[in-house]
Design a protein. Structure first.
Lengths: 1043, 564
């Protein structure tokens, strides 16, 4: 807290100091704007001809320099035509720089706010404008990146408010580690944790395996309206810039800064209605019963997870009254969002204040999300040579949640009998209504209404982030920069299982609370020298960074409620209370150097080297070296600079690039080098090893990446193409894997293995029509990634992620030779010829049960994002179509429905079946096996629909889709109209639709959901569709006004 | 200008020195949980970890040896000496040997040696011997010499003979350490953390001699069997009930309550068998089927160990049992009082076999609620789980002496064994305030005398048989010594080995129909248990292939110890 005050003080002083400097002598100042898009240009060199004075423009394009009347100011900037201006009577010299022909100089933000000309980059980096993201009106802005970034795999967990979203660039590399990129805001890492349920104090009958509840991934706290631009660094080059945290790429966010000039006020709002419209389908032909015999109490218990109603009875009577339970349950969600920002400033200082408020009622009753974000940022020019900028962001969110997965409202709603009214969920005395006459509170699953109304769960967040940047330019060629960042938040939450609920009944209620406190401090210091010798430009950066990450989670739980409906630990039996504290402290230090050499704006070579110290490798008991090295080298060759190609009309720009980079990664969690004891609550208490065994010998996971690509622009930049091919190999994977208990542990940390990822990415931009009143732009993003496991760590036979094992025998599992997106499950037993083996007494095939086989690969063959933008006069229409070809999804909902007779696949049950195969009579593997001639009448044989005669592999679908991710129509109120009054400068109205439709071969609801949460190890629960709500369809409308 | 450069240099040097400083990074220790606890903090968890493996697996081994049978369904595979494939059923001794205790005991031993805590080292070695003995007796060949190797994911199995020698060495080494007296005065002693013996070295030594006795005694069928050594070990071992190694429970929450108690509710469908009923109602030991007229043959321990049904007309006071593989014929009936008085259902419902928690209970009356009322013998929330008793030691001695031909010693030990089991039931107090084991009042001296002078007990060297010793041992170990009994029965090859005197099966009255075993048994009784599924069948398959454990009838392969 003291540190925050100090920073605020510094900020205040800076602003005042900047203001006082106004009174100085003749200083010429102004703003440099790019002619192409009217944005201020930063780092434009301003010199006084014939003198040694020089300066650079700041973030908002303003500069100031001492000069006399008659002096000539020279403005030079890479890719722009040099321009001169004579100093006259005015103290202001504003300049518009025009882009040099064929030198379209896109600038990308790389490390710590360093802007680099895109032509210098030897690796691929893609930009998305903040405006474009904000325009999609997504609750979780990361979802807006789907289709907009080649190589990004975005998986929302579900369609309820506050749902987490995971993002993986280019494909999962770490089998058991974190594969999500680092988020960086204005040079400061931004924490993107998703609460790991394992840190909660576990309950007797409540599984906490990151599957029954979701927690927002914390990068969603960023207000998209504050984002100026997002640069996505996909490969391990990001590590060369940000250290091992960037080993899976980096999402580099630059926030909006105030623009100098008269203060402006912008206000926009959005009102959103959303409706979930994709559900797993159920049959309503056959009612409850078994083997064709009606029985309202009939149940099945797939995988012994609890008895659910069985629908193997006779057909419903023709006069049966059906209830539309699904529609009765879900409602129309409504969100309102308001953004207001005020910005302005002088040549020496700018400020920007933005306030964002959002309030969402979800499509699931009792769910909601509320968010308040206040951001204050400012820049100040302290002196000729010193610029400071700083910003603070306060975010407060409240998420009202519902359960997901097994036992959650969605699955229970599907299983709920169509001839019973789901709304009737409680008795007059407030107790739970049971619809089966032979069931009890502990045997019948909760009515979904009961679940969402009684099993309450909520998360609250208070978060402050801030950064303080000082830029010093002591010499014309020298820049010194420090960035100090702070990210502090406190998250609290609870989870209640009502005493009358199925899973709360045996323990008479379950209540769990947690408080997470995270405090991350980052500091980076770098010195950059740039000097040009003849045709050679040189830039050398030396830097050091120190990062300190602290997270503490205190969790408590209690059981046996005194009062049925009171949510508090005090309401639980004291002897049932338990507590658990998890502390994760990690420190990283890093020395880095980058050097780039440019020749004639044509060839650029760059080198980066890092030496990182990572506390997660330290030990108290053995000698460990926490330091490791990695680096990168790249080349960029703008071949259109060659004389021979310089004059080509059709080719405006051409570049070839190649880069090689290495990265190191520490373990996902600290404290795994030394003994891993855990407190025990058995008689006498004390400590014993936890499930997971340490490994004194762990070394960093090491990845090398080679990529090459090209950037081409044709027909006066009307068409541009960016192509990348990469191949990446990761060895010495750090993996907490199950193995033989001979290790002394259930799970043990191992090092080793080899994983390969290969892929291509392409981005095509076409400016198809460019007329005065009408323009049409198309952007297409294409990617394909193949991740393969070449060798397993410690040559383990297999590794699986137990969190993903949510239904039956299906889970995310790794083998040597398998793809990284592998799914394993049971298959049918077959003889040597591949024929089904049939049980001679039942006539049914047999499943391999708990022996796991490869059944699918979740990696898509390729994905395409297609963004079209039309503008006609004051109308703009843009839409983002997302295509995916291939990639397996486990339709767990359908499998689950099949086992209870609700799947439409069970409808042909009255047709006799003869399963082709050979009898399991001892002859099955001979040349003369006995063919099965057993006829089965599934209608009378409920065992036909059990897990032994159907396998998970039957519910794996290779999914193609085309989804309209978002579409926005904006109408800008005509200038003529605006001119009639003074106080509104501009206004527009818009309509945005999200997820309006999807065309897919997928038979389930939504293939883009996650069985777990964005806290995922390895490939995670993406592609496992079980108990998660589909993304709803939403329509937003609102207006933007500028004062 | 200069100032700026100087400032910059200072900042840079500051950060650089931080980055160069290893000390700054030295925070990789869990502030929440000690990563280097004193052995005294680890030891209690090790004691508490022993019952977990034994009681979990007792639900299965207890059915092989007919302590229990399933009342709810007929032909349950385990009741028929089969196994559950692709499952961790029966894998908890394995789990505890390596995970629950193994590596933790290594930690105590290593650090105890460093700290001069010889009592901890000795006790931990002793527990290591205990667990490996259990594991090899249960599974046959197991990971022993290869166990716990760092950076290794595959492990070689050792033959049982090797493990036996290893257990013997561990136990002897334990005694060496327990004999040391040069303690580091600043280190904590075993009394802190040992809630079984309160750090009593003499008791730990007696317990360890008991382990040596078990280890030496198991090879009765081999020519190398040394009965005298066993008797000597027994003489150095537990001698009074106060020496008994029993693990108490606090029963305040799930994890510290007895697995066999009502709260944790793990005996759901398990019911007493006819075998134990007939042993205790006198039918087997007196040779006369129990009737109300022969009530004098009833063992006074019967009502303290077993649970009676409402219908008491069956001749032994209402104690009913099940035969293996046959469900309770009346299991589907509701409570008797819901039927018309004296109707067939009313009569039959009163004949259901009672649940072990108490007389005239047919379902767990107190699931998830702690109760000191609903308990019987060892089946309660807050009653001990014995690991070794003085009574057991005497029966071991009796058998060894009998084999040696020293029937006088055998008779004496046999009689002591029975008496010590009476003492065990009558024991007035247990560690940590655990409940007594008797129901109502202790067994009176008169009852005891009557029994010892009755038809169930032999009193002369001429009449005592091997069968008497083994059947009394079976009674004394009922409800806790599952694995010891499993060893004993395998040593006598279930019903195959005959008593040389009576020419009946040593385990007289034990039901075994080889034609009605689980299909995978191929007509052979169980002789070992498959290694834990989610350890070995998934992760160490090559080794299983080598030893034949992938074969469907692997569990019927006779282990080394019982072979000649």
């Amino acid at each position: 807290m003291r540190k925050i005050l100090l920073l605020m003080l510094l900020f205040g002083v800076g602003v005042f100091y900047a203001n006082s400097s106004l009174a100085q002598a003749r200083v010429i100042s102004g703003v440099v704007i790019g002619d192409d898009d009217n944005t201020p240009l930063r780092d434009v060199t301003v010199t006084v001809k014939g003198k040694s004075n020089a300066t650079k423009t700041n973030q908002v394009g303003s500069y100031s320099i001492t000069a006399n009347t008659g002096d000539v100011l020279v403005f030079t900037f890479i890719d722009y035509t040099r321009q001169e201006a004579i100093v006259g009577a005015s103290d202001k010299v504003n300049i518009r720089l025009v882009q040099a022909q064929k030198q379209l100089g896109e600038v990308v933000v790389t490390a710590y706010g360093t802007r680099k000309s895109k032509r210098e980059l030897g690796y691929s980096a893609q930009d998305v404008k903040g405006e474009e993201i904000a325009e999609t009106q997504r609750d979780n802005w990361i979802n807006a990146l789907a289709g907009r970034v080649a190589g990004a795999n975005i998986t929302p967990t579900s369609g309820v408010p506050g749902a987490s979203t995971s993002i993986v660039l280019r494909g999962a590399v770490s089998l058991g580690g974190n594969n999500q990129p680092l988020f960086v805001v204005d040079g400061v890492p931004y924490d993107n944790q998703t609460m790991n349920q394992e840190n909660l104090a576990s309950g007797n009958s409540v599984a906490l395996g990151n599957r029954n509840s979701d927690y927002t991934n914390r990068a969603a706290d960023i207000n998209p309206a504050d984002i100026e631009s997002v640069t996505i660094l996909k490969g391990p080059e990001a590590t060369a810039l940000y250290g091992s945290d960037g080993a899976s790429g980096a999402i580099v966010i630059t926030t909006r800064k105030g623009k100098s000039g008269k203060a402006t006020v912008n206000y926009d709002n959005s009102f959103r209605f959303e409706k979930v419209y994709r559900f797993p389908e159920i049959q309503q032909v056959y009612g409850r019963g078994t083997a064709g015999i009606a029985d309202q109490n009939a149940t099945v218990n797939p995988y012994a997870a609890g008895a659910i109603s069985a629908y193997f009875g006779p057909k419903y009577a023709p006069d049966t009254k059906f209830y539309d339970n699904v529609n009765a349950f879900f409602k129309t969600g409504f969100t309102q969002k308001h953004n207001i920002n005020v910005e302005g400033g002088s040549d020496v200082s700018t400020y920007r204040l933005s306030v964002n408020y959002a309030n969402q009622e979800g499509v699931v009753p009792m769910t909601g999300f509320e968010k308040l974000s206040i951001r204050l940022g400012g820049t100040a020019k302290v002196s000729q040579k010193i610029n400071i900028s700083t910003s603070f962001n306060y975010v407060n969110t409240i998420t009202d949640k519902s359960t997901k997965g097994a036992g959650g409202y969605l699955l229970n709603l599907l299983n709920f009998p169509s001839d019973v009214d789901v709304r009737d969920y409680q008795n007059t005395d407030g107790s739970r209504k049971i619809y089966k006459s032979n069931a009890s509170n502990s045997t019948e699953f909760d009515n979904p209404f009961w679940d969402v109304n009684k099993n309450r769960s909520q998360d609250k967040l208070d978060r402050i982030t801030g950064n303080f940047t000082i830029n010093i330019d002591p010499l014309k060629w020298l820049n010194i920069k420090t960035i100090t960042g702070l990210d502090v938040y406190s998250q609290t939450g609870d989870l209640l299982i009502h005493p009358l609920s199925r899973s709360g009944f045996s323990t008479n209620g379950f209540y769990s609370v947690y408080q997470q406190n995270t405090k991350n401090l980052n500091n980076v210091f770098q010195v950059t020298g740039r000097k040009k010798f003849g045709n050679f430009s040189n830039a050398l950066t030396l830097g050091a960074s120190v990062d300190d990450y602290k997270t503490r989670i205190d969790a408590q739980r209690g059981e046996r409620f005194y009062e049925l409906n009171f949510a508090s630990l005090n309401n639980t039996d004291p002897t049932s209370r338990d507590a658990k504290t998890t502390i994760m402290n990690v420190r990283k230090t890093r020395l880095f150097a980058t050097y780039s050499l440019g020749y004639n704006n044509m060839v650029y070579l760059s080198f980066a080297g890092n030496r990182e110290g990572n506390s997660t490798f330290m030990s108290k008991f053995v000698e460990k070296n926490p330091y490791f090295n990695y680096g990168a080298a790249s080349i960029s060759f703008v071949f259109t600079e060659l004389k021979a190609l310089n004059t080509l009309e059709w080719l405006s720009y051409g570049k070839l690039r190649a880069s090689y980079g290495t990265t190191g990664k520490g373990p996902l969690l600290p404290y795994v080098i030394d003994y891993t004891f855990q407190s025990q609550i058995t008689t006498g208490g004390g400590y014993a090893y936890g499930f997971t065994g340490n490994n004194f010998g762990l070394k960093p996971e090491f990845t090398k990446n080679f990529e090459f690509g090209t950037e081409l622009k044709f027909l006066k930049n009307r068409i541009s193409l960016d192509l990348t091919h990469y191949s990446l190999r990761s060895k010495d994977q750090i993996l907490a894997a199950r193995s033989s208990y001979g290790t002394g542990y259930v799970i043990k940390y191992f090092n080793g293995g080899l994983v390969e990822n290969k892929g291509i990415e392409a981005t095509l931009n076409v400016n198809a029509v460019k007329r005065k009143n009408f323009t049409w732009d198309v952007t297409a993003n294409f990617d394909r990634n193949r991740g393969k496991i070449l060798r397993m760590p410690a040559d383990l036979p297999t590794y699986y992620d137990s969190d993903t094992w949510v239904l039956g025998n299906l889970r995310s599992q790794a083998y040597a030779g398998a793809f990284t997106g592998n799914l394993s499950g049971s298959v049918y037993l077959r003889n040597a010829n591949g024929e089904l083996i049939i049980n001679p007494t039942t006539g049914l095939p047999a499943s391999t049960g708990a022996d796991f086989f490869i059944v699918g690969d979740r990696q898509p063959d390729f994905k395409v994002g297609l963004i079209n933008t039309f503008s006609y006069k004051d109308f703009t229409l843009s839409f983002n179509l997302d295509f995916r070809k291939g990639g397996d999804v486990f339709n767990g909902n359908e499998f689950w429905l099949y086992l209870q007779g609700l799947s439409k696949r069970t409808l042909d049950r009255e047709k006799p079946v003869n399963i082709t195969g050979v009898l399991n009579d001892g002859l099955q593997n001979t040349t003369n096996p006995t063919r099965s001639t057993i006829t089965i009448y599934p209608y009378y044989r409920s065992d036909y629909f059990t897990a032994t005669s159907v396998t998970e592999s039957d519910f794996i679908e290779s999914v193609n889709w085309m989804r309209l991710r978002d579409a926005t129509l904006t109408y800008r109120l005509p200038k003529a109209l605006m001119a009639r009054q003074k106080w509104i400068k501009g206004a527009s109205v818009f309509v945005t639709g999200t997820d309006l439709f999807m065309i897919t071969n997928y038979t389930g609801a939504d293939p883009s959901v996650n069985a777990n949460t964005a806290f995922a190890r390895g490939y995670g629960g993406a592609g496992i569709d079980y108990g998660s709500l589909a993304t709803p369809r939403g329509v937003n409308f609102g207006c933007r006004v500028q004062f | 200008m200069k100032k700026i450069i100087i400032l910059g240099l200072i900042v840079m040097t500051g950060i650089a020195s931080l980055t160069g400083c290893k000390k700054y990074l030295d925070i990789n220790s869990d502030p929440d949980t000690p990563q280097f606890p004193d052995p005294s903090s680890v030891f209690p968890t090790q004691l508490a970890a022993i019952p977990r493996g034994l009681q979990f697996d007792a639900r299965y081994a207890g059915r092989y040896i007919q302590n229990w049978s399933t009342g709810a369904t007929s032909n349950s595979n385990i009741d028929l000496m089969g196994y559950t494939a692709s499952s961790d059923v029966n894998g908890d001794i394995w789990r505890q040997t390596y995970f629950g205790l193994g590596q933790n005991l290594n930690y105590i031993i290593d650090n105890g040696i460093k700290n001069g805590q010889w009592d901890y080292v000795g006790a931990a070695l002793s527990l290591k011997a205990l667990m490996f003995q259990y594991a090899t007796d249960y599974h046959g060949p197991i990971i022993f010499t290869d166990a716990f190797k760092e950076n290794q994911a595959f492990f070689k199995y050792d033959d049982q003979e090797v493990v036996y020698r290893g257990v013997d060495s561990l136990a002897k080494l334990a005694i060496t350490y327990l004999n040391r007296s040069d303690y580091n005065p600043s280190s904590s002693r075993l009394s802190k953390g040992d809630f079984v013996y309160n750090g009593s070295i003499p008791k730990w030594k007696k317990f360890t001699f008991g382990l040596l006795a078990r280890n030496a005694h198991r090879i009765t069928n081999k020519a190398t069997y040394n009965a005298q050594a066993v008797m000597d070990y027994c003489d150095s071992s537990l001698s009074v009930v106060d020496d008994d190694f029993v693990i108490p429970f606090d029963a305040l929450k799930n994890d510290d309550a007895n697995f066999f108690g009502t709260y944790r509710n793990n005996l759901t469908t398990l019911r007493q068998t006819n075998f134990i009923v007939r042993l205790l109602d006198g039918s087997i030991l007196s040779g006369v089927t129990a009737t109300s007229a022969t009530a004098f043959n009833r063992d006074p321990r019967l009502k303290h160990i077993l649970a009676a049904s409402h219908d008491t007309t069956n001749g032994n006071g209402g104690f009913r049992g099940l035969d293996p593989g046959v469900a309770d014929p009346y299991v589907a009936l509701a409570n008797w009082w819901t039927y018309a008085t004296n109707s067939t259902n009313w009569i039959n419902a009163r004949k259901k076999v009672a649940i072990p928690f108490g007389d005239t209970l047919y379902v767990n009356p107190s699931s998830n609620v702690f109760s000191s009322q609903f308990r019987k013998y060892l089946f309660g929330d807050k009653v001990v789980m014995p690991i070794m008793t003085a009574s057991e030691i005497q029966f071991m001695k009796a058998e060894a002496a009998y084999k040696k031909g020293n029937t006088g010693v055998a008779l004496d030990a046999y009689t002591k064994g029975i008496n010590l089991h009476f003492d065990f039931i009558n024991r007035p107090n247990f560690p940590r305030g655990n409940n007594v084991l008797y129901t109502g009042n202790p067994i009176t001296a008169a009852e005891r005398t009557a029994y010892l002078n009755g038809n169930d007990v032999r009193r002369t060297v001429a009449t005592i048989t091997l069968s008497d010793i083994m059947l009394q041992k079976y009674i004394a170990l009922y409800g806790w010594g599952f694995f010891e009994t499993f060893v004993d029965m395998r040593r006598y090859h279930w019903t195959a080995d005959l008593d040389p005197v009576t020419n009946n099966a040593v385990y007289l009255g034990f039901t075994l129909d080889l034609t009605k075993l689980a299909p995978e048994n191929l007509g052979k009784p169980v002789y070992r248990v498959r290694p834990r599924f989610n350890s070995e069948y998934v992760w160490n398959r090559d080794e299983l292939l080598r030893i034949g454990a992938l074969n469907g009838d692997y569990h019927t392969y006779e282990t080394w110890f019982s072979q000649p």
